[in-house]
Design a protein around this ligand. Structure first.
Ligand SMILES: [Zn+2]
Length: 270
């Protein structure tokens, strides 16, 4: 009784060992090795959403000549950019990253420097998964009320935190509350090379109007080239994202980062 299960096991082991070197490889007549299908293994099923953003190989290069402020890209193509402000957040940002990854969507995160210092590993994950990082100041104050030296400090402290955490530089900035004088925008572009990025669609998700309102505002207001404002700080915003993103994909929009939108604008003006 004890030996019965051992015999088939020993047989199985000897079979695996003896056939090990030949699985998957076969020598052809000219001496090259060709690979044959390994049909013995099946990947576990994973319920991916029906719609996925296509792989988009648009370049993301631009210079200061792109201009000071932007709220959208080109309107003759279906590219749009999702932007998420005020993170990284310990719970909501990882959840959002999962949602984006499942749909092959690259977004742009306007992070707050002090949150980057608190969650450097989350900031690294944002970059590692192919998203773009933008500068959203260190302390999220109204920059219109700050001196030039204070504004420069907000920008450079955040840049240092992002570079320390991820090894990459932010390329653009977004002012908290959208508050920034034209003169300040020009100073930031000259000093840091950051265009000021506003938005074309604002679902006012920070007022927490509920998942269906956030979704319907974004779906009804988004047009070609739109930069969409949202906040990964708020759980209901992240709750709204699966159906919102699926709805945008169903309408034929393709997701790119802010820098990719800017590159397209630059390419048209050349
Ligand atoms: Zn903000």
């Amino acid at each position: 009784m004890i030996l019965r299960p051992l015999i088939p096991l020993a047989l199985a082991v000897s079979l695996v060992v003896s056939s090990c070197s030949s699985i998957g490889d076969k020598k052809t007549g000219d001496g090259k090795i060709s690979t044959i299908a390994n049909t013995g293994y099946r990947s576990p099923y994973y319920a991916w959403p029906a719609r996925r953003n296509p792989d988009i190989g648009l370049p993301s290069y631009f210079t200061k000549s792109i201009g000071v402020s932007h709220s959208r890209g080109l309107t003759n193509q279906p590219y749009i950019a999702m932007t998420f402000d005020d993170g990284p957040h310990a719970k909501n940002t990882p959840r959002l990253l999962d949602i984006l990854r499942q749909r092959n969507i690259k977004a742009t995160f306007y992070v707050i420097g002090k949150n980057v210092d608190m969650y450097p590993y989350l900031t690294r994950r944002i970059v590692a998964e192919g998203h773009e990082i933008g500068n959203h100041t260190y302390t999220h104050r109204n920059l219109k009320r700050l001196s030039d030296a204070q504004v420069i400090s907000e920008m450079s402290r955040t840049r240092t935190s992002i570079v320390k955490a991820t090894g990459v530089q932010p390329r653009t900035m977004r002012p908290p509350y959208g508050a920034l004088y034209q003169r300040q925008r020009e100073m930031i572009l000259n000093k840091f090379g950051y265009p000021t990025i506003m938005w074309a669609v604002d679902p006012r998700d920070w007022q927490r109007p509920g998942v269906s309102v956030v979704r319907s505002r974004i779906l009804s207001d988004t047009t070609n080239g739109a930069i969409v404002l949202a906040h990964d700080l708020h759980a209901p915003t992240v709750d709204a994202m699966p159906s919102t993103l699926d709805g945008l994909l169903a309408k034929g929009f393709k997701f790119v980062t802010v820098s990719q939108l800017l590159n397209q604008k630059a390419a048209r003006s050349r």
